[in-house]
Each structure stands twice: as C-alpha cells, then as structure tokens.
Design a protein around this ligand. Structure first.
Ligand code: SF4
Length: 209
C-alpha cells in the first residue's frame, strides 16, 4: 500500500472511530491482519462462547482457527449436525463474530442477509458483537454503503454460492425476487442501545468483499 493511501486511511479510520463512538459503539484501528487477530483475541476472554454468521474478513485474519484451537467454546454451525440449533445458540453467545457489508465514515453499519440469522444477531441477542472490517468497506454515506452492499458484496457472495441470481452473471444487482435471493433483510445500525456491545476492528487492508 503506498504511503499516501496509508495516510489517507489513517485519517479516515479516525473519523470512523469517532462516528462509532457517537453511536455508542467502540472502534479500533490496526494496520495488519496479524494485529487484528491479536487485538480480537485480547478482547475475547478464554472460556467465552463464540459463534459467527459468516464473514470472510474474520476468516482472513485467522481468528476462527485460533478460537477453534484455543480455550474457547466455539460453536461451528458449518460442522453442526443440527444447523438450525447451532444458529439459534448464537443468540445467547458471549461473542458473535462478523464483518459488515459496508460502514459509513461516520460509523453507520449496513448489512444485507438472506436467512437473516446474521443481521438479527447483530441487532440483538449475543452479549457482544465483534466485527473485523477492512478499510475497503468504508463509504461516504448510507446510500453509498447500501449500493456497495448490493452491487459489490451481494453479487460476490452469490458467485461464491453459485446461485442462479442475475447478479452472478452481470456482477450488478438487478433487484431480483428470485427464490434464491440473498437480499431479503437490510439492517442499518445507526446506534447501539447497549453500551459495550458492538466493537469494530478496522484494518488498513482489503478484507472480504
Ligand atoms: S437482489 Fe438479487 S440480483 Fe440483487 S444482489 Fe441480491 S440476489 Fe443479486
């Protein structure tokens, strides 16, 4: 990353953190995935029950692997025999891990979901939500963040799952109502009612999509 981009991201991150604080959320800023992993592990006490609702950014830091190998009660819905039961356990977990589809430079989180287990757990349930977010997801306003979620994050997610939705071919949202659509619920988090619940680690890197 060239020095000008680093400097611009450093300033931008401070703005996002200030925005998060104004919305009763906590922001952190680190330069690398390795620092993000170290910080995340320092925030999650050993013995905690941890789960997640997807999020490539979280995997990219190595956090899931570290939790699985460490002294944590990590609930893995991918390996659960009863996937629904595993997903429901998320609502009473100590920590819910996620990224966000987009974040505004004044701290609003924007997320789209198909099953809604992820957006519902961000909204309510788990005692704490810990997000890991690359600076590539910072947008100037909610409208742009929504467009990013629909035209960047959702089409790539559709491609990952090889769905039949129109965005797989075009790479852009066609506002479909396909039975396979993953764009069923939209969550805009503009304030956290619960103090010390939502923590966002910004990383000066491109993470997820
Ligand atoms: S609404 Fe349909 S076309 Fe648009 S991103 Fe979602 S799945 Fe793709």
């Amino acid at each position: 990353m060239d020095p000008n981009t680093v400097k611009r991201n450093d300033l931008l991150a401070q703005k996002v953190i200030k925005g998060l604080q104004s919305r009763n959320m906590t922001g952190y800023y680190v330069q690398t995935k390795e620092e993000a992993l170290k910080l995340a592990l320092s925030l999650i006490p050993e013995g905690s029950t941890v789960t997640m609702g997807g999020g490539m950014s979280v995997y990219e830091t190595g956090l899931v692997k570290a939790l699985k190998e460490g002294n944590y009660n990590y609930i893995d819905r991918e390996e659960a025999q009863d996937r629904r039961a595993a997903m429901l356990k998320a609502y009473d977990a100590d920590f819910f891990l996620a990224s966000t589809n987009a974040i505004t430079d004044d701290g609003v989180l924007v997320n789209i979901d198909g099953n809604a287990n992820r957006v519902s757990a961000i909204a309510y349930g788990p005692k704490k939500v810990l997000m890991i977010v690359g600076m590539n997801k910072v947008c100037p306003d909610v409208d742009t963040a929504m467009k990013r979620a629909r035209n960047v994050a959702a089409p790539i997610n559709n491609q990952r799952f090889s769905s039949n939705n129109p965005c797989v071919k075009t790479g852009a949202c066609a506002n479909c109502k396909s039975p396979d659509t993953i764009c069923c619920q939209f969550l805009v988090t503009r304030y956290s009612k619960h103090t010390d619940r939502i923590h966002v680690i910004l990383v000066n890197d491109n993470l997820g999509f």
